[in-house]
Write a protein that binds this ligand. Structure first.
Ligand code: AHR
Length: 512
């Protein structure tokens, strides 16, 4: 009997539209802008165990299967993730890094003390060749952050010539060939400094704008590789920084601005990554969802100076930042990753997708073992975190055409505050398949959502969900598969879909 009641009730719901409190309306025939795949980029800094042990274990390592020192398990997982873009070597580290120390025979490389992150000595065995070969291995485009804070224009232009020059074109490209790499790597994305307002030199925006102009003058195309220059952008909502940069840097010199925004409860008390209260959850989500306003505010300023949107807004560092795991080095920023992080990632990626006309690059901080990592490693073991699974579920949006969505949602209410519970974004890919991604931020209430597909004629829907029974759940080295995507059933009738999204869950639908 039950078998007949469920479809009957569903059709009553469809007819009477009883799920109407939350509505996502998708304009399926009005797509104009591409969701640049680089919105799904990542960030790898010489910080803690991101590079050493996380990505690179050294080519003499017999315990952890590797290819030229790169962990095979990590590389395979990242290939599957479809990482389009990888930023390196920092962060704050970038403005202390002297790339020439990291090329040539490994036993002759000068070491470096990582002054920002734990004060440890690194042997520079992972340098330019290792990074660029790693990018090739996983199919990601490299994005190199140059040293402005303690470097020189010559050092950076030498770097461009080293990696991009034709084999015999300059002393730098000849040196590259001597070091074993004949063909240039054609690196397009170059950051001119990092957080110039802070660890990158504590500069004023006016001063940095001039420095940027100076660097950009000499950072020119080499060997037909078009250079994409990215300025160090604002921290969070500092729109004055963007205003000064946009006003003072000639448009032709500037291809992108990289804003940073972390979801932090409080810099003096960031809270545990796993053992958190609903208040801490709410605050993290509130801080994460500020991304929408931050992007809108910077975009409005950019629109004033660049109405044709030639300059990309990048968010080249984003994610959640908590206290380090107990017993780990405070300077290594190693944190676990729960369903809170999954929801945060889903909601943030929806924001980026919906702003894709201006936001054309973003880099989650950071790729392995640091902050909101997609992979955690422990000796020969790895875990794919809930954030990994969200990035993987959402990769269907990469380079697809964004479809405008209108979201009418109930609020997630906590104490005196409230946040929109449902967020969504949609796209149509090159094969004509439409994907809709939705998150329910509410910590305890499932949400019934009506999805209305305007301007299309859809017959089939399937889906995947990332959910768990506790917000604080995470994948551990003992239970690495506790949280994994599962199939999600939905039905479509008359271009309408009615679904129920559990609390703190992420859903991606596939429509044909
Ligand atoms: O991602 C960690 C640090 O956060 C980066 O090095 C820096 O750019 C930012 O402040």
């Amino acid at each position: 009997m039950k078998r007949f009641i469920a479809p009957f009730l569903l059709s009553v719901f469809f007819t009477l539209n009883l799920f109407a409190q939350n509505t996502v309306t998708v304009q399926t025939d009005s797509g104009k802008f591409i969701i640049n795949k680089n919105i799904y980029g990542h960030f790898s800094e010489h910080l803690g165990h991101c590079i050493y042990d996380g990505i690179y274990v050294g080519d003499k390592n017999k315990d952890i299967p590797n290819t030229n020192g790169i962990r095979n398990d990590v590389a395979d997982a990242l290939k599957k993730l479809k990482v389009p873009l990888l930023r390196w070597p920092g962060g704050c580290f970038a403005d202390t890094y002297h790339w020439k120390d990291g090329v040539g025979p490994k036993d002759k490389r000068a070491s470096i003390v990582n002054q920002w992150w734990g004060g440890i000595t690194e042997d520079n065995s992972f340098g330019t060749h290792e990074f660029l070969n790693f990018c090739k291995m996983i199919g990601a485009e490299p994005y190199i952050s140059g040293n402005v804070g303690s470097g020189t224009v010559k050092e950076m232009t030498d770097w461009v010539n080293y990696v991009n020059g034709a084999p015999a074109a300059s002393p730098m490209s000849k040196w590259r060939v001597e070091n074993g790499q004949k063909e240039p790597w054609t690196v397009k994305y170059w950051g001119i400094g990092n957080e110039a307002w802070g660890c990158g030199g504590t500069m004023t925006p006016e001063y940095y704008a001039n420095i940027f102009r100076q660097y950009a003058t000499y950072l020119t195309d080499v060997n037909n590789t078009r250079i994409f220059r990215i300025a160090s952008g604002a921290g969070g909502d500092d729109t004055q920084w963007t205003e000064v940069l946009m006003k003072n840097i000639p448009l032709g010199m500037l291809q992108g601005i990289g804003v940073h925004h972390y979801a932090v409860i409080n810099w003096d008390h960031k809270g545990s990554a796993t053992n958190f209260t609903e208040k801490e959850y709410y605050t993290t989500m509130r801080e994460a969802l500020r991304m929408d306003d931050i992007i809108s505010h910077h975009s409005a300023i950019m629109d004033k100076y660049d109405p044709q949107k030639k300059v990309a807004l990048g968010v080249d560092e984003w994610g959640a930042w908590y206290d380090v795991e107990p017993g780990t080095n405070g300077g290594f920023l190693y944190q676990q990753n729960t369903m809170r992080d999954a929801v945060l990632a889903g909601a943030t990626l929806n924001i980026f997708n919906n702003h894709c006309e201006r936001v054309r690059m973003a880099n989650l901080a950071q790729i392995v073992n640091v902050l909101q990592a997609v992979i955690l490693t422990n000796k020969e073991k790895i875990i794919l975190t809930p954030t990994y699974h969200v990035m993987e579920m959402y990769n269907v949006h990469q380079d697809a055409t964004m479809l405008p969505v209108k979201v009418e949602t109930e609020n997630y209410v906590f104490e005196n505050g409230e946040l929109p519970a449902i967020s969504a974004s949609a796209s149509k890919d090159k094969n004509g398949i439409t994907h809709i991604s939705l998150t329910n931020v509410d910590a305890s209430k499932a949400k019934e959502v009506t999805i209305e597909l305007k301007g299309g004629n859809y017959k089939k829907v399937s889906g995947r969900i990332l959910t768990s029974d506790k917000l604080q759940n995470f994948n551990s080295f003992d239970a690495p598969d506790k949280i994994e995507p599962a199939n999600f059933n939905a039905q479509i009738k008359d271009n309408k879909i009615l679904i129920k999204i559990p609390a703190f869950s992420v859903v991606v639908l596939n429509l044909q």
